[in-house]
Design a protein around this ligand. Sequence first.
Ligand SMILES: NC(=O)c1ccc[n+]([C@@H]2O[C@H](COP(=O)([O-])OP(=O)(O)OC[C@H]3O[C@@H](n4cnc5c(N)ncnc54)[C@H](OP(=O)(O)O)[C@@H]3O)[C@@H](O)[C@H]2O)c1
Length: 280
Amino acid sequence: MRPVLVTGATGTVGRHVVDGLRDAPDVAVTAASRDPDRARDRLDCPVVAFDVTDPTTFRDAFADVDALFLVRPPALSRVRRDIVPALAAAIGAGVDHVVFLSVIGADRNPLVPHARIESWLAESGVDTTFLRASFFMQNLSTTHREEIRRGELPVPAGTGATSFVDARDVAAVAVETLRTGTTGSYTLTGPEAIEYDAVCRRLSAMLDHEVTYDPPSLPRFCWSQYRSGGSLVRAAVVAAIYTTVRLGLADRVTDDVRTVLGRPPIDFETFVRDYRSVWT
Ligand SMILES: NC(=O)c1ccc[n+]([C@@H]2O[C@H](COP(=O)([O-])OP(=O)(O)OC[C@H]3O[C@@H](n4cnc5c(N)ncnc54)[C@H](OP(=O)(O)O)[C@@H]3O)[C@@H](O)[C@H]2O)c1
């Protein structure tokens, strides 16, 4: 049994990685969380306390671990200060394979924190698998859930298309590569790129209410993010992400999910059907 530690185990992708590894006969999975008691209630597997910014948690978390599923917590962007010490401790403790949840385009954009994590891992000598994921479909069922329930999707994406991927597919690829020790880089997308206008039309057709797309200007978007409790820095980061969509840089579709899993990626309609209850 290969011991695997899953970080971000309570998150969008990590929870499905735990599910997939728990059912695998050749792997012993442990979940990592800052709040092990809360995580234990949600995940049916051993849980260890882990805070990537707290070195006192590293020894127990990485004891007897061979492979690591690494999630960069979204709030942490100072890689050298906040992420690297934990990675160095993991490798020092014997981790020989890191499967990292990265972001689409990280190989071409050195400014994103994921690119700096990839570089550090590549130079460390550990075996690596980089999963460069496109936007998760699940952003629509989490971040945008209340807006969609109200019948709107106010994002400044213009007419740019996005190759949304289902987080369950990202997790399935992670499970496969963790189990088999497969290394390399994969750009994980859904089967097509969809404009936000079409996202709303498809949601309207499948839900009991109309969802309209009325993209705000960038300043109006930043202001509304700030007013609803986000920091200006966070608003600027999100605005920058949607700017890449507007410029047509988020529409790349690949076959990598099929290459690893031997089946096509989950399509948008299946995602909406599976998550329908969150918007109704
Ligand atoms: N959203 C997208 O469309 C998208 C697309 C591509 C890539 N990504 C990348 O995927 C990653 C995950 O993003 P997400 O929005 O889906 O978040 P998420 O995984 O749903 O949530 C964050 C996870 O990080 C853990 N965490 C938070 N702070 C931590 C800390 N200090 N130490 C250890 N664990 C900590 C949390 O676990 P506990 O609370 O249990 O500790 C939680 O499980 C990010 O790096 C993001 O950039 C996102």
